[in-house]
Design a protein around this ligand. Structure first.
Ligand code: G16
Length: 535
């Protein structure tokens, strides 16, 4: 029943920050998906990693279910003997990660392009998970890219699609109850329920994507919340045409609702439910403050109480957490962008909590970031302290000062110009230049050395610092599918309480302009260039 099909190699199957992401139309090319799956299996084997038992899930986007039989055939033809297929192929990536470790599989595939739009005119993607439930490392993805670029054939089964889903190798699995159980082990559900019983309200925006069914199970079934509090809770194959990224640019309805005091707490998720944006009544929590506040109040989460080793942030993430951790005597590690870099630190028990620049946090219980975990963390802090979000954050500013932070992007710009910009900024002699009375004191090309393995990961972005306390970080996105996406992360510290209520845009006004001038954005991209997502 096994047949071998010849193909012309695809030379573009190199994964980015988090798996392979391409326009859906690219994935629809003949045997594109089979080539990638064959490449993944060959890479597992060449890396000496077993791949007999795998999980397959996704965020529900098109054409995941259409691809499923084709993927299963390649897996079985290559000797994968047990495949756990997530029900409806819809689950948050952290819930899939939990299935991988709970059922001791050799890894898994999540059919997701995360925060990228879905549908025929959107994007598709595949995250490859290792046996620890986290994204595979650079060595794996480099080898995979090499293998697929030379791949001239793949193995598959010579059976019709409808016969494949009932094969004995396949087991269908509902990940939601396992995930809910996991959350009950980390958090005090009774305490959170008492917060709701006291009359508090929330709104959760699942963005028509993977989080909806999990949110209904936890918030409606466990906490007794109204189903109406879950917005866009039914997963749709095209996510209803929206951009499923939890930030102020793309979760505008929830943001507007919360800013007029619509509920006590609001939270939006991304396509595969691993990231979140939170808000209080009339109060927006910037990505700068999330990891810092969670570190500060980790003792309110039973799982972390007396069991907290340290914390890690990606380098572009705000340094607010450093201020908190230093005072608490907790180690802070800095990694490149990409959740996979936290895995070794978690495995080695150097850290218990980690967070990244795009509203993502997670902990040591799995190896993926986790939007629902973050939501339950905030609810735990509010329930335990009796304080609202605004008070929780302003209390923190009053004790540690405020790091004003903004992350913004120019999406889909000309790729050649973006590459030229990288060369320009690498070579530019900018130390000593002065902008708005601040002198540049350093420019670093961020190179990460993994403290556990000693592995060196070069060229992870540019960091510029001034003598006025400004920090600017720049890197190219590894998840965009059209042209290039420039990302900038800027911050500046204040310990003046009279300034804490300013918006980050007002406080960082000069820094935005400083970036334009240092990076000569108009020269590289024309006078019309405007940021597309600003937080
Ligand atoms: C992944 C990474 C994140 C990163 C995000 C955006 O998340 O795990 O650390 O912030 O991509 O990456 P980039 O800046 O390269 O576009 P996700 O949720 O997209 O898998």
């Amino acid at each position: 029943m096994i047949k071998t099909i010849s193909i012309n190699p695809y030379t573009d199957q190199n994964p980015g920050t988090s798996g392979l992401r391409r326009r859906t139309s690219i994935f629809m090319q003949p045997y594109y998906i089979e080539s990638f799956i064959q490449g993944v299996l060959d890479t597992f084997k060449q890396m000496g990693m077993p791949c007999d038992k795998l999980v397959i899930g996704g965020d529900g986007r098109y054409p995941g279910t259409e691809f499923l039989p084709r993927i299963l055939k390649v897996l079985i033809a290559n000797g994968v003997s047990q495949i756990l297929v997530i029900r409806d192929l819809v689950a948050p990536t952290p819930a899939i990660s939990n299935i991988i470790t709970k059922y001791k599989t050799d890894g898994g595939l999540a059919l997701t392009a995360s925060h990228n739009p879905a549908g025929q005119n959107g994007d598709f993607g595949i995250k490859i998970e290792a046996a620890n439930g986290g994204g595979v490392n650079e060595e794996f993805t480099n080898l995979l890219s090499d293998i697929t670029s030379k791949l001239t054939s793949f193995k598959t089964l010579d059976v019709s699609d409808d016969k494949i889903v009932v094969r004995p190798e396949i087991m269908h699995i509902d990940p939601i109850s396992d995930y809910t159980e996991l959350m009950k082990q980390l958090f005090d559900f009774d305490l959170i329920k008492s917060w709701f019983d006291a009359g508090h309200t929330i709104r959760l925006d699942a963005m028509n994507a993977a989080s909806g069914p999990t949110l209904y199970n936890i918030f409606v079934n466990e906490f007794g919340c109204s189903p109406d509090w879950i917005l866009r809770g039914t997963p749709l194959p095209d996510f209803g045409g929206i951009h499923p990224e939890p930030n102020r640019a793309y979760a505008t309805d929830l943001y507007d609702f919360m800013m007029v005091g619509g509920a006590d707490f609001g939270c939006a998720f991304d396509g595969d439910g691993d990231r979140n944006m939170v808000m209080g009544r009339g109060f927006y929590v910037g990505p700068s403050d999330c990891l810092a506040a969670m570190t500060l109040w980790h003792k309110y989460v039973p799982h972390f109480n007396n069991n907290f080793f340290g914390v890690a942030r990606t380098r572009p993430t705000s340094s607010a957490v450093d201020l908190v951790a230093d005072k608490m005597g907790i180690n802070v590690y800095q990694t490149p962008t990409g959740w996979k870099y936290f895995a070794n630190l978690l495995d080695d028990k150097r850290i218990s909590l980690c967070g990244e620049e795009s509203f993502g946090q997670g902990g040591d219980y799995i190896r993926e970031k986790d939007g629902v975990f973050a939501l339950l963390f905030w609810l735990s802090i509010m329930a335990a302290t009796g304080k609202d979000i605004e008070t929780i954050i302003t209390d923190m500013w009053n004790e540690y000062g405020r790091v004003f932070y903004s992350q913004y992007a120019y999406e889909g710009v000309d790729k050649n110009a973006a590459d030229q910009l990288q060369v320009y900024i690498r070579d530019a002699d900018i130390v000593g230049l002065e902008f708005f009375c601040e002198k540049i004191v350093s420019k670093e090309i961020f190179e990460y050395t993994d403290p556990v393995t000693g592995q060196v990961v070069p060229n992870q972005g540019f960091e510029i610092k001034t003598d006025g306390g400004t920090r600017i970080f720049h890197r190219l996105s590894g998840t965009g599918t059209v042209g290039a996406t420039l990302r900038f992360y800027i911050e500046k510290y204040s310990d003046n309480p009279n300034e804490y209520n300013m918006s980050q845009f007002d406080y960082l006004k000069n820094v935005f302009q400083m970036v334009d001038e240092i990076f000569k954005l108009c020269e590289f991209f024309g006078d019309d260039i405007k940021p597309t997502a600003v937080n």
